[in-house]
Each structure stands twice: as C-alpha cells, then as structure tokens.
Design a protein around this ligand. Sequence first.
Ligand code: PMT
Length: 397
Amino acid sequence: MTLKDKHIVLGVTGSIAAYKAASLARLLIKAGAEVQIVITPSGKEFITPVTLSALTGKPVVSEFFTANDGTWHSHVDLGQWADLMLIAPATAATVGKMANGIADNMLITTYLSMKAPVMVAPAMDLDMFAHPSTARNLDLLRSYGNIIIEPAAGELASHLIGKGRMEEPEKILSVVEDFFRKQESLSKKKILITAGPTFEKIDPVRFIGNYSSGKMGFALAEECARRGAEVTLIAGPVSMKINHPNITRIDVESAEEMYNASMKAFPDMNTAILCAAVADFRPSRQYTEKVKRGEDILNIDLVPNKDIAASLGKIKKSNQRLIGFALETNDEQTNALKKIVKKNLDYIVLNSLNDPGAGFKYDTNKISILNRNGEKKDYALKSKQEVASDIIDETVG
Ligand code: PMT
C-alpha cells in the first residue's frame, strides 16, 4: 500500500478527460489513499458526483453549502486535512483561475487554502495548451511550487493531434507514489545551491553579466526542499520568486559576493550544487560616476574572479559532496571532464548551447551527468523541474 493513510483532495474540472478521474480515484484508493473529490460546476457536466462518491465512499464536494440542509463545506478544513491536492483534469480556465486567485468556486477556494503540495494535470486542446496565456499561467503555478504533470501528445477529443491530453491515470498514480516516496528522502540534509548570473559593475549604471535566469537553480532548490532538505539558496540578480519554508535565500550581485556567501555556508553543508553562471572576469576598476560617451575607444581591463567551485573543492571534506555544472558550446564532454578534475567535483551536469531548448532562460533543459570515472548518463529534453529531480536522484540520492 504505497499511499497508505495519505489524504488526497482530487479536484475534477470540466474537461472530457473528467471520465478518467473515476479510474484515477479508484487507483489512488487501491494504493491506500483516502480520497475526497472536489468538483467544479462544469465538471459535473462531464461526470456525475454519484459515480465519484460511489468510488470514494465520500460525498463529492462542489458547492459551499448543501442546498437542502444548509451544511457548510469548509475549504479551509480540506486545506488542513490533505497531504496532497491533485487537480486532474485541470482545464485552461481552472489553471488561469488558480494562477490569478479567482476564487469563484469551491475548487479554487480549496486550492487557495491548501497547506499541502499541489499537483496539476492539464487537459485541453492543443492550441489552448500552446497559447502563451496558458504557458504563462502554468509558469505562475510552477513559481508557486505546484507540480505540473505535463499532458501527453496524441489524438484529442477534437480529433486534432497534438499535446494536451491528460496523462493516463496509471502514470499520474506513479507520479504521486514517487512524490510520497521521495518526500522525506533528504530530511536532515543541508544543501547549498547557487543560481542565476552574477553582475560585475563597470560604473553605477552598467555591468558585465550573462543570460542566466535562475530557473534551473531555483528548480533544484525547490526539489531539494520538497524532499525535506534544508536549503541555502545563494541567488545572483534574478527576478524569480521562491516560497518554501525549508529554503533560506541569500541574494548577491557579484561573483565576489557569491564567493563570500558560499565559502561561509559550505562548511555546514552536506552537499553543494553550483548551478550559477558566475562571471569569470570583472572590470579591474569600477568607475564611481557614469562613464560619458566620447570619440575615443574605451578599454576596460578585466581581471579574473575567484573560482567558487574550485575553492569549495579545495576545502571539501570526505563526507561532503560537490556538484558542478558545465555550460559548453564545443568539445562538451572533454571540457566537462576537465572541470570535474580541476574543481575537485564529484559530479558535473553538462548542458550544451548546441541542444535546442537547453541552457539559459528556457523552461526546459537537456543534460548529461558525468562522474569522476568519466561515466556519462544522458537525459532527454525535459522541464527544468524534471531535470532537477533527475539531478537529485543521480547525485544526491
Ligand atoms: O539560469 P537558467 O537560465 O535556468 O540557465 C541555467 C544554466 C545554463 C545557467 C545552468 O544550467 C548552468 O549551466 N550553469 C553553469 C554555467 C557556468 O557558468 O558554467 P561554467 O562551465 O562556466 O562553470 C563550471 C562550474 O564552475 C559551474 O558549476 C559554475 O557555477 C562554477 N563556477 C564558474 C566560474 C566561477 N568563477 N566560479 C564557479 O563556481
């Protein structure tokens, strides 16, 4: 019984895939979970509450009050009761309401009151899924720490073929089982993560920087925290937000500041994952006033920054693990292996700018993980959340 005693709120919305919610509820219950279904008014157009309550053994919640006796259904109580809220299927409308806090039905008020982690399995037509508005709303949900179970590609209810079909109940069950299995796997571990770029000042208005958005590092921080680790996240200048009680965020700007914060934090850590794109050079002098345009060439001399990874590699103890990244444009594997040795890393995560959808800014990444023996594991292009999970499975455990 992989889900024994787990309380799951299963949210059902108005999609043709609502029929799959019946099998999903049954699978969750067979795995040992107690399931409470909350359905939207349009969800009831696709599957009857009678079917669902017969499967779960509990009345389905849909309205704030039961009309005949005035019983109040408390979304706040559901938020406290659940170990997980799973919204499957989630329509574009529900995803949009969740992203923007539009609490006009019982499901959304339950979502906003939820204390437990939330998983969302979208289901919609391919063009709706591909619309920038849906993509932005799903990004917002990810930034709230919600886990998106990506829809599958195939024939849709419209008979069009593409991505938008809710994942099969068996696959969703395995995601849920995996989630609970890993939930406490890193408890008592202290993990340091660096993320984002560094900015090296030229004058009060200009800097040398790079394109790192922080998405990969923040996804790692979130996944470690979700698995119970105490995370120290040292972030360069990024616009990302993060919200988890296990994460302590330290914001820095320059490589020097990131070096100081990392060196201070590392002795107390079990593991460090260095995902930041640290500037290798900084201007040898910083102008105190804005440099004015002239006719002459302006030369800026650059001096090397300290190598944070190599410095941590030097002070690393035998019970500490150090994981670096390598962002390469050529001779990827050779360069990554050189970095493992030079910086005394235990693993290096290689991503190449030659792979479409990999590296800076994207929501996706394509990686290989190399160990000190030169053994290499290649992964497919995945969301940065999934990539983070793969990295932690392989390097931290
Ligand atoms: O932030 P995103 O937009 O999501 O993009 C993610 C990413 C592309 C930034 C990330 O996946 C990544 O590859 N990060 C490492 C980028 C990099 O600087 O690689 P590098 O090959 O130059 O450095 C090798 C390793 O040394 C890295 O672990 C780096 O953090 C570390 N380093 C580098 C220079 C330095 N002065 N100090 C360091 O610690």
